[in-house]
Design a protein around this ligand. Structure first.
Ligand code: MRU
Length: 348
């Protein structure tokens, strides 16, 4: 994603890998729609996009009220109400990834009453959104280095969904670690699950890795067990949408299945995620709202429908991998095993 002349440019992930099209978001509503339709997706990426959506919303609010040169005190209550509306419109686009709320809280924490004019407040939130995006990229680079140190001589990994540059500000979490290993060892073999129903693995992970000249083999989700039995897989590495205080990992539907198969086959199961994905305020994965998506996503894909009308369809977008299946979580603060809550308490 890119902030260009005061608008948010997004590479339309619904069109990849067939075509590379840019969606230009000029309003907060454009950003909400892009998140909902998954033009932009992946936990850190929707956080960054929401930060820019917030800027677009507040900028329009200030313009519509014609208060750019006014002091915040003169328009306090109407701005407070407007900001709340913008905040919640973005927050409710997708419920599961905590990065969205994290980024919006960062934006909301800038107090407009501390600025001389509403115009200077808008400049300040624009800088903040740019900072969040840049910080996310820096964080991923750090996760990549820490992950490559930790995984050492890992030559063959399995990943699920897309936790790459597309799902973040850039570089990626799980794919960031893979990129860092590749730059140290010269090569790494990646097995990517196709990731039904929206095919983030087949369409996005395969596209990203191929572009970077990283060896990738595509499998269907149901092939993971056979792959682990018959090929040398050194580790599984995935991203996360939310990691709760007890260490449970909420991630793309199918992650739990992969983690159980990894344990059964004595393969370590690693999660790479920024600290903005850690939610110490939520006790366990059972307390996280799992997004339920449109049943047509399961009925078919890309205009092709293969399941009959009126079937009962279950379409949760995420699942919970219990902490006991997670060998370690790789963050920019270091590698964590087990309960996050306890480790955080010990650190502070
Ligand atoms: O529904 P999506 O495509 O937004 O789900 C994305 C995932 O589950 C990713 O694995 C997760 O957000 C981590 S991305 C660094």
């Amino acid at each position: 994603m890119e902030w260009v002349d005061g608008n948010l440019h997004l590479l339309d992930q619904t069109k990849l890998p067939g075509s590379e099209e840019i969606v230009i978001c000029k309003t907060v509503e454009d950003v909400c729609e892009s998140i909902r339709k998954m033009v932009v997706r992946g936990a850190p990426a929707i956080g960054c996009a929401a930060a820019f959506g917030y800027v677009l919303g507040v900028r329009t609010l200030v313009k519509d009220l014609n208060v750019e040169n006014k002091s915040p005190d003169s328009c306090s209550s109407v701005v407070t109400k407007g900001r709340e509306k913008i905040y919640y419109s973005l927050l409710k686009t997708r419920p599961t990834a905590v990065n969205l709320e994290w980024a919006l809280k960062q934006m909301q924490s800038l107090d407009y009453r501390e600025h001389e004019s509403m115009g200077s407040y808008v400049n300040a939130i624009e800088s903040k959104a740019k900072y969040i995006l840049q910080e996310d990229i820096n964080t991923n680079l750090k996760i990549g280095e820490i992950g490559a140190d930790f995984l050492g001589q890992c030559r063959s990994v399995l990943t699920h969904c897309n936790a790459g540059g597309l799902a973040t500000g850039g570089y990626g979490t799980a794919l960031g670690v893979i990129r860092s290993i590749k730059s140290r060892l010269g090569n790494i073999n990646v097995f990517a699950t196709e990731t039904r129903p929206l095919l983030q693995g087949a369409r996005l992970t395969a596209w990203e890795l191929t572009k970077d000249d990283i060896q990738v083999t595509l499998i269907t989700d149901s092939m993971c067990g056979a792959l682990m039995q018959t090929r040398e897989i050194d580790a599984v590495i995935v991203g996360a949408d939310r990691i709760t205080a007890n260490g449970d990992v909420v991630n793309k539907i199918g992650t739990y299945t992969v983690s159980v198969l990894a344990k059964e086959n004595s393969i370590p199961f690693y999660v790479a995620a920024p600290w903005s994905t850690v939610d110490l305020g939520t006790r366990s994965g059972r307390d996280v709202e799992i997004e339920q998506r449109n049943v047509n996503e399961v009925r078919g894909f890309g205009g092709n429908v293969w399941a009959q009308e009126n079937l009962n369809i279950f379409n949760p977008a995420f699942d919970v991998t219990p902490v006991e299946y997670v060998s370690a979580v790789i963050t920019e603060r270091g590698v964590i095993r087990g309960r996050i809550e306890l480790q955080e308490t010990r650190r502070s």
